[in-house]
Every structure is written in structure tokens, then in C-alpha cells.
Design a protein around this ligand. Structure first.
Ligand SMILES: Cc1cc2nc3c(=O)[nH]c(=O)nc-3n(C[C@H](O)[C@H](O)[C@H](O)COP(=O)(O)OP(=O)(O)OC[C@H]3O[C@@H](n4cnc5c(N)ncnc54)[C@H](O)[C@@H]3O)c2cc1C
Length: 396
């Protein structure tokens, strides 16, 4: 008879990794997390945790902390580049779905999750970049790291994001992340620039590209988040990152020239501009191989245009934690996990990719038509997204 798995090796301390560790510890399983980068409290820009992700935070006992340290988003408003209002969606989220949508600094979210994993007695190891996995017969599974060290466990969870090394082990000749042809710029600016915005998130569709901004913290010392999404036009994030910040700022000035206030002022105030490729992983032939399982972006990375990647990663962790308590054979648990999670994750990846296409280049008349259609269709479109927010992984 197969021994009940006792020890998990978790690769990646982003979002899915620490949450999986906390939930496995609750199921009586030891968890070691290995993260490629040093521990840092200053990573990334801002993001939104949707009500479905907040249900997972509630399960962890962290929803109140997120609400206190983040900023509840009371609506998501759309404008045209001349400032004309196109519509407003995602109102009354807490009333409708039991949890609000909360904007967060990614660094704050990461700090909260890592602290909670530590408190749950998960072991965390930083500067441990996975480079290989050995999975032989009835020996423990072994993870090998770039510094020459290794670790042994009963199973391995690949929570190592869109560029997953575990994915290359699970699906050796599988698809690589798909570049959706858009590029993201983002960062923080002084809050005073957004005086009067309140708790709305404001976004603008241009003839080409998209711009957004909002608060992601209640702390007066924290800045407000902004982001710009544009057609990549043959460039990738690495090529932009190689440029000086002043060159990036000039690029943003040129791209968003003539857009409504406060966009020009946000660009002038932008510092430490972060550039990201917009990738997704639409479908993999499998999410597991023997004793290794992919979760979060490693299994189903979504481009940011549905605001769901983090929430899907949180849902994955909770569902896996629940399935692990059922005491089934590991392979059966992994198959049940994939069977349950794949349809929802892939549907949302497809929606995000479709949403991204409205941020591409339009002719002047094409953009006008898109804007008129948006005014009519936003309420209907928003309704068809309710399934994303209404999902409660605790009750699934
Ligand atoms: C610009 C942008 C904006 C976004 N905005 C939102 C949003 O508003 N709402 C939302 O829900 N989602 C958003 N997302 C998506 C969201 O960030 C991801 O879906 C989410 O972070 C996935 O969590 P994860 O834990 O699977 O992966 P990650 O958070 O990427 O964590 C993976 C971790 O694994 C580590 N790692 C990688 N390789 C190795 C290795 N070989 N060995 C060890 N460790 C490794 C990485 O360093 C990282 O810490 C956004 C994404 C981008 C790019």
C-alpha cells in the first residue's frame, strides 16, 4: 500500500506557493518552499485580488488584513482617450459576491503570505533556483538547485510562475508561453496626483493601447499604481528594460500624447518604471507527471486583462489543499485537481486574451465604433463575467 505523502517540495514563493504551503500544513503535510530570488519586500507593482480570490484569503484568516492594508476597489471605470466616459462596472462587489475586490501592492501581498507561511511552520529557502527534478521509482523525489544543493520529498508542486522550470519537467516538449503581442509598463506615483479619484479604478482605451490607475493602499506613504498596455510592435520587455528610465518615460509621453488628465501628469511623475511582456499559457497536455504537479501560472498563466491570475492561483492552492485531505493516492489527487480546475482556468485565460485584443491599434473610426459599442455592451459584458467572481473555492 502506498505511504501517505508527508513532505511537499514547493517551487516558487510568489502567490500559489506560500498559500499551498499553509494549506498543506493544515492537512498535516510538511512543506518546504524554494524560491529562486532573495527575500525582498519591494517587488512588483500593484494588482487586484477579486472577490473569488478574497474568499481564499478569508479561509486563511487574511481577508481583513488585505482590506486594511490594500484599497477596496469600488468600481472599474472606462474612458476614451479624450476623457469621454464609456461606463462603469464591478460595483457593489462585496454585496453581490460576499467579498470586495481589493487593490494591493504586490510587495505587501507577498509579505503577508510569506509571514503566514512562516507562522504555519512551512520552511522557506530563498536563492534556490530549481534546475532539475529526479523522480525515480520508490525513492524520494529530488529537486536540484542552481547552487548545487538538493532537497528530497514525497511530491513536488510547481508554483514557479509563467516561466516555470517544473513545467519543462512535466511537459518536456510542451508549449512555451504565448506572447499576446502587448507590452505592459507600470509603477507608482505620488497619491496627490489622483486627488478626488476615491476608490475607483479608472482605465482609458486609446486608439491604440490602454492606461489605468488607482489606489492600492490606505497608507499615505504609499504611492498610487498606474499601468500602460500597448502593442509591442516587435519589441519585447527585455529590449525596453535595457533602455534608460528617461527613454522609457519619453516613449510613454509620445505614446499617450493628448490623452486626458491626469495621464500626462502621471507619466511625468513616473519613476522606477517596470516593463513586462504579456504572456499566457492557454492549454497544456497535462498538469502533472508522476509526483510533480503544476499550479497557478505554471499550469495556466493568464494575461492580466481579466485581473484573475492571482485569484486563480489562490483558488488552485485551496482546492489542492482540500483534495490532499481526502487521503487518495497522489496520482488520483493530481488527476482530480486537474479535472476540476482546468475548465475554469482555461476559460478565464481565453477571456483575458480576448479582452486584450481591444487594446490593440484601431483606426480613428474603428476606435469611435469600439467606444460606442462599449457604452452599450459594458453592462452586458460585465454580467457575463460574474461567474469569475461568484466562485467560492471553499464551497466548490
Ligand atoms: C503586469 C501584470 C499585472 C497583473 N495584474 C493582476 C491583477 O490585477 N490581478 C490578478 O489576479 N492577477 C494579475 N496578474 C497575474 C498574477 O500576477 C499572476 O497570475 C500570479 O502572480 C500567479 O501566481 P503564481 O504564484 O502562480 O506565480 P508567481 O506569482 O509568478 O510566482 C512564481 C514564483 O516562482 C519563482 N520561480 C520561478 N522560477 C523558479 C525556479 N526555477 N526556482 C525557484 N523559484 C522560481 C518566481 O521567482 C516567483 O516568486 C498580473 C500579471 C502581470 C504580469
Amino acid at each position: 500500500m502506498q505511504r501517505r505523502p508527508r513532505k511537499a517540495l514547493i517551487i516558487g514563493a510568489g502567490i500559489a506557493g506560500p498559500v499551498t504551503a499553509i494549506l498543506l500544513r493544515r492537512a498535516g503535510i510538511d512543506a518546504q518552499i524554494f524560491e529562486a530570488w532573495p527575500y525582498s519586500t519591494g517587488i512588483g507593482g500593484g494588482l487586484q485580488i477579486a472577490p473569488n480570490g478574497m474568499h481564499v484569503m478569508e479561509e486563511l484568516g487574511l481577508a481583513r488584513e488585505l482590506i486594511n492594508r490594500g484599497s477596496v476597489a469600488e468600481s472599474f471605470d472606462f474612458c476614451a482617450q479624450d476623457g469621454q466616459r464609456l461606463g462603469s462596472i464591478n460595483r457593489d462587489m462585496e454585496k453581490r459576491f460576499g467579498q470586495p475586490a481589493v487593490n494591493m501592492c504586490r510587495a505587501t501581498l507577498n509579505e503577508i503570505l510569506i509571514d503566514k507561511a512562516w507562522c504555519a511552520h512551512a520552511e522557506l529557502y530563498f536563492e534556490k533556483r530549481l534546475v532539475g527534478i529526479e523522480d525515480r521509482g520508490d525513492q524520494p523525489i529530488v529537486a536540484h538547485f542552481a547552487d548545487g544543493t538538493s532537497a528530497e520529498g514525497d511530491f513536488l508542486i510547481g508554483a514557479d510562475g509563467v516561466h516555470s522550470a517544473v513545467r519543462r519537467h512535466v511537459v518536456p516538449d510542451g508549449p512555451t508561453p504565448f506572447d499576446t503581442g502587448l507590452i505592459g509598463f507600470g509603477g507608482f506615483v505620488p497619491r496627490a496626483l489622483l486627488d478626488g479619484l476615491g476608490q475607483r479604478v479608472e482605465t482609458t482605451f486609446g486608439r491604440s493601447g490602454f492606461f489605468g490607475y488607482g489606489f492600492c493602499s490606505t497608507d499615505a506613504k504609499d504611492g498610487a499604481m498606474w499601468w500602460s498596455t500597448q502593442p509591442a510592435n516587435g519589441m519585447d520587455a527585455a529590449a525596453f528594460r535595457a533602455q534608460a528610465q528617461s527613454t522609457l518615460k519619453q516613449h510613454l509621453r509620445d505614446f499617450h500624447r493628448g490623452w486626458h488628465d491626469p495621464i500626462p501628469a502621471i507619466i511625468e511623475a513616473a519613476e522606477n518604471i517596470v516593463v513586462t511582456d504579456t504572456l499566457d499559457v492557454a492549454t497544456l497536455p497535462t498538469w502533472s507527471r508522476r509526483r510533480s504537479l503544476l499550479i497557478g501560472d505554471a499550469a495556466h498563466a493568464t494575461s492580466p486583462h481579466a485581473g484573475q491570475g492571482a485569484s486563480l492561483a489562490l483558488e488552485d492552492a485551496l482546492r489542492l489543499g482540500r483534495l490532499m485531505t481526502q487521503g487518495q493516492e497522489l496520482g488520483v489527487t493530481f488527476q482530480n485537481f486537474e479535472r476540476e480546475r482546468r475548465p475554469r482556468a482555461e476559460k478565464i485565460v481565453a477571456i483575458a486574451r480576448r479582452n486584450g485584443s481591444s487594446k490593440r491599434e484601431f483606426s480613428a473610426s474603428g476606435a469611435w465604433i469600439r467606444n460606442q459599442i462599449m457604452k452599450w455592451l459594458l453592462p452586458l459584458g460585465a454580467k457575463s463575467m460574474d461567474f469569475m467572481y461568484a466562485y467560492d473555492a471553499r464551497a466548490a
